[in-house]
Every structure is written in C-alpha cells, then in structure tokens.
Design a protein around this ligand. Structure first.
Ligand SMILES: NC(=O)c1ccc[n+]([C@@H]2O[C@H](COP(=O)([O-])OP(=O)(O)OC[C@H]3O[C@@H](n4cnc5c(N)ncnc54)[C@H](O)[C@@H]3O)[C@@H](O)[C@H]2O)c1
Length: 333
C-alpha cells in the first residue's frame, strides 16, 4: 500500500505529540516538517523527512496528501486555506481559528477543494472520555441535568511560548486556549450545542490576555453547565462532572472515569499516562481513514467552529456584562 504522506506544520510541543503518534503507522507517515524555527523542525524530523521553513514551499514541494497544522492560533486559517487550495486534507489543532469568519473560510476552502477538514479535539479519542460519552448517551442513568467543568492551567509568562500571551496571535488567553477543551467536553457530553453564555473574564496585572474566567452556559437541549478556568496550575485540576438523575460521572485527568452514587465512588476507568498517546494515535488513524475513503472517525470543521463561537461568546458576554446568544452551527455533538 502506498503511504499517505503528511506534512507537519509547526514543530512545537503538540507537533511532537503528532510525530510520536504517527511513528510505526503502516499506511501513513510524517514525510515533511515545517517550522519558522528550522532547528525545531530538524529535531523532530527523522531520517528522510524533508525540513522546511516556509509552509507554502513545503506544500508545493513535498508531495503531500495532507497537513497537520499546529502553529499559533491566528495562523491556522490561512495555512489551512493554502493547504486546501493545493488539494491537501487537513487536521488542524484546536482552537480551529480565532474568529468565526476564519473558521468559515477554512470550511469553505476544504469543501471547494473536496478535501477533509478535521479539528484536533483530541478528547474525542481519549478512552476515559469515550467511555463517559458512551455511558451518558446510552441513557441508562437518565439525561444529564447539569455539567460542571473545572480546569487549572499555569498561565504565567514563563509557563509557555511567548505567542500564547500575544492577544493577536493567540486570539485570547485561557478561554480560547484551554477553555475550548472544556466547552468541547460540555457540548460532547451534554449532547447539544451551546446556545447562551454568561461570563466573567479576568486578566492578571501586566498580561495582555485573560488568565482566569467563570462562565455559565446553556445548551440548546436545556442542559446547563459551568466552566471555571483558573491560572495557577497547581495543584493541576482537569475534571468534568456530568450530573444525571441516578449518578454523577466524573471525568478527571488525575483519577480517570469515576461513578459517584449513593455517597460511594467507583473507578470505571483508571487514569493512565498512556491514554494521551493513544488518543493522538486514534485521532490520526481516524483522520487518515476518512481522508482515504475508509470507515473512521473525525471531528469536523462545523463542530470546531461551534467551539470557537462559544469561546468568543465568553469574551462578548464578559464585555457586555450580560448573557449573549451563540449563533447556531447546526452541529450534533
Ligand atoms: N490538543 C491538545 O491537547 C493541545 C495541547 C496544547 C496545545 N494545543 C494546540 O496546538 C497548537 C500548537 O501549540 P503548541 O503548544 O505546540 O505551541 P508551540 O509554540 O510549542 O508550537 C508552535 C510552533 O509553530 C511554529 N510556528 C510559528 N509560526 C509559524 C509559521 N508561520 N510557519 C511554521 N511554523 C510556525 C513555532 O516556531 C512553534 O515551533 C495550538 O493550536 C494549541 O492551542 C493542543
């Protein structure tokens, strides 16, 4: 079988996770890597992998079938459009873009080119989250009543590359970068699109982007949820409680999938560092399968846009000081 050739655009922290995920795959390979920092691309490139510093040259010269885009948020849109116009399939990291208009541009470019656009909401491929979603969707515990998501992320200048603190390149701070994971979980577990948001957003002294936020969201199906994002990062917390009539399911980075019932806690799936690696691999397997016309799973562009819309509504609601409605994307999470 001819290998499906993938170019990686952005050789940073998450680019490295995609390279690891592709290692050992039979039907696809990372064939080229592009980064404006040549040395970063060289570190990730194995033998025979072409290194580029200009994504348009990589797209033109590397004989690719697809690209994975893992660059700063505001760069995603044009890079995806350039790849689509060259007939390439695209897997783009979350958040899909920094504006809804850019998300639409990306969707249209891939539709026009007839190529696949997948958004790397990797939690959809995580074994703990998938089991939670399966149990919720089975209906055996009743429909969700509400969802509480809480995440701490170290959001100081020394915590991550400088572009994350540039309001234009990053498009925002903890809400767009980290909160999109929570907004995604709420839609996916809650089984509906976010339609209304109230929020408070705070930035610490000397920061151009927000670092802390509280949001209350309502899904179109009536499920209500909270998203609490705080910036100290220690102790690390990443957990989502889905409250149902019979039980609460807790999806927790530290503890795995917990069933809370009658004052007792049962671990359904223990946490494991292996889950993240396997989620990236399953995500990539699904992307290549769908791109090559085989059965597989991916998270599509319209869904990615719904998450960006919800995150931007958090900013708007905080600015206005009252709840805002989120334009419907007509997606079924
Ligand atoms: N799925 C997840 O769990 C997860 C986790 C962290 C980050 N992310 C997302 O992944 C993306 C990348 O984040 P990261 O933490 O890897 O950032 P990073 O800063 O480590 O990597 C970004 C890379 O892009 C390169 N770059 C910048 N401009 C470029 C250009 N014009 N052309 C080519 N390369 C360019 C930078 O030099 C850098 O190496 C972001 O969208 C981020 O939100 C996803």
């Amino acid at each position: 079988m001819t290998s499906f050739r993938i170019g990686l655009l952005g050789a940073g922290a998450v680019g490295a996770l995609h390279v690891t995920a592709a290692a050992g795959a039979d039907s696809y390979e990372i064939a080229a890597i592009c980064d404006v920092r040549r040395e970063a691309a060289e570190v990730l490139a194995g033998p025979g992998v072409a290194v580029h510093t200009d994504h348009r040259r990589m797209i033109a010269e590397a004989g690719l079938d697809a690209v994975i885009v893992t660059t700063p948020h505001a760069l995603h849109a044009q890079q995806v459009v350039d790849a689509a116009r060259a007939g390439l399939h695209v897997l783009v990291e979350k958040p899909m873009a920094t504006t809804v208009e850019d998300c639409s541009r990306m969707i249209e470019a891939c539709e026009e080119a007839g190529t696949l656009l997948a958004v790397a909401h990797v939690i959809h491929f995580d074994p703990v989250a998938r089991e939670a979603r399966r149990l919720i969707a089975s209906g055996e515990f009743g429909a969700p009543l509400l969802i509480a998501h809480r995440r701490s992320a170290h959001y100081d200048r020394d915590s991550r590359p400088a572009w994350f603190f540039d309001a234009v390149l990053a498009g925002g701070g903890i809400v767009l970068n980290v909160g999109t994971h929570g907004l995604d979980r709420i839609q996916w577990f809650g089984g509906g699109e976010i339609q209304r948001v109230s929020s408070v957003v705070r930035g610490r002294e000397g920061m151009d982007v927000e670092t802390d936020s509280l949001a209350l969201v309502e899904l179109a199906n009536g499920v209500a949820a909270s998203v609490v994002l705080t910036s100290r990062g220690v102790p690390y917390v990443d957990e989502t409680d889905v409250v149902m009539p019979e039980v609460t399911l807790r999806v927790s980075a530290a503890d795995g999938l917990l069933l809370l019932r009658d004052g007792a806690v049962t671990t359904l799936v223990p946490a494991s560092p292996e889950h993240l690696r396997s989620a990236f691999r399953t995500q990539l397997d699904g992307f290549v399968a769908v791109a090559t016309g085989r059965a597989g799973e991916h998270v599509g562009g319209a869904y990615g846009r719904s998450v960006v819309s919800a995150a931007l509504a958090v900013y708007e609601a905080a600015d206005r000081g009252h709840p805002v409605d989120v334009p419907r994307q007509a997606v079924t999470p």
